[in-house]
Design a protein around this ligand. Structure first.
Ligand code: 3PG
Length: 385
């Protein structure tokens, strides 16, 4: 695909699609990983002398209606602090918007626009008419064929990949295509059902698969143990059993249980076969966590998505911490992705120690599943024609 870095952008109007879909609380951005990852692209466009328009979605608002709760205003406030040039929020842009050299114009949440999600040609042409060059840089939204990710790339005079998108594809490619082995994947989070396809895909390529969190509970149940009140999915026990038969999935031997789902719940460590009916597994026990850390120590490539326990509760965060620390300490090429994963990395201050932190949640999982990302595919098609 065509790359933004290779293009002469002097005096050109550049429309950059970023994924600035970040958590916001009381009008303040609470995790800026995605914005920080987009900054080099915005700065590069400015350095190249472009007039810079940036668009993104935020959350899932009702289409066709402005809703302040989904405004990109908090993102603009954050960007204003991080950039030395003026940053302006533009609400009314579909019929044209002028950006001056040396300023950044943020176009208000694209999901307010009718036709964004349905990817109508009408809207896509309006986006395309705003620019000389469209830069797709939103890896986190590249799995969505929407107006601002896919449609606009069909009609823009020039469509290219931004540096962040390119870096993401390269890092994930390095971990998945011909990786240094052993390749160990860590898949945590609450439900097997939302990650079943990724677990199945990984089971074909990785040497060991570590499951954590609620996902792990389903595997514990699949081994015939009582999981008490734990979050788990009974219906998916056969799938868990098949995965265990196909692949080396390290078995949990001890767990931390509590009797209520709360951050004041007391954690009790016990062997996995001793869980009572009134207890719920909320974290790995120390032996299990250490066993996983030992596996990760010897890995050459690590893919990580999802926490290993209820790490938001301090009493149940140790398992995730030990695993995260082991990933950080290992010499492996490590790639982490997903909102909760990033929050865990933040919590333990390990951001500098993971080889690559992906801004993708759903996109990260779809890429790992081997699915084609439509917003990347259209860039490839444009490059061919
Ligand atoms: C994400 O957070 O995974 C992306 O920004 C995509 O958001 P969406 O799932 O609402 O399309």
């Amino acid at each position: 695909v065509l790359k933004m870095a290779e293009l002469d952008l002097q005096g050109k109007t550049v429309l950059i699609r970023e994924d600035l879909n970040v958590p916001v609380k009381d009008g303040v951005v609470t995790s800026a990983v995605r914005i920080n990852s987009a900054l080099p692209t915005i700065k590069l466009a400015l350095e190249k002398g472009a007039k810079v328009l940036v668009m993104s979605h935020l959350g899932r608002p009702v289409e066709g209606e402005y809703d302040e709760a989904f405004s990109l205003a908090p993102v603009v406030t954050y960007l204003t602090e991080k950039l030395t040039v003026p940053v302006r929020l533009e609400k009314d842009y579909l019929n044209g918007v002028t950006a001056n050299a040396g300023e950044v114009v943020i176009l208000e949440n694209v999901r307010f626009n009718v036709g964004e999600k349905k990817n109508t040609d009408e809207l896509a042409k309006q986006y395309a008419a705003l620019c000389d060059v469209f830069v797709m840089d939103a890896f986190g939204t590249a799995h969505r064929a929407q107006g601002s990710t896919h449609g606009v790339a069909k009609f823009a005079p020039v469509a290219c990949a931004g540096p962040l998108l390119s870096a993401e594809l390269e890092a994930l490619g390095k971990a998945l295509d011909n990786p240094a082995r052993p390749l160990v994947a860590v898949v945590g989070g609450s439900k097997v059902s939302t990650k079943l396809t990724v677990l199945e895909s990984l089971s074909k390529i990785c040497d060991q698969l570590i499951v954590g969190g609620g996902i792990s509970n389903t595997f514990v149940a699949a081994r015939g143990y009582n999981v008490g009140q734990s979050l788990y999915e009974k219906d998916l026990i056969p799938q868990a059993q098949k995965l265990m038969a196909d692949l080396d999935i390290p078995e949990v031997t001890d767990v931390r249980v509590g009797t209520e789902f709360s951050d004041t719940a007391v954690a009790t460590i016990k062997p996995v076969d001793q869980v009572q009916d009134n207890e719920e597994i909320m974290d790995l026990g120390p032996d299990s966590a250490q066993a996983l850390a030992d596996i990760l120590k010897n890995a050459k490539t690590i893919l990580w998505n999802g926490p290993c326990g209820v790490f938001e509760f301090d009493n149940f965060s140790k398992g995730t911490e030990v695993v995260a620390q082991a990933i950080a300490d290992s010499d492996a090429f490590s790639v982490a992705g997903g909102g909760d994963t990033l929050a865990a990395i933040d919590k333990y201050g390990l951001a500098d120690k993971v080889s690559y932190i992906s801004t993708g949640g759903g996109a990260f999982l779809e890429f790992v599943e081997g699915k084609v990302l439509p917003a990347v595919e259209i860039l490839e098609q444009r490059a061919k024609s």
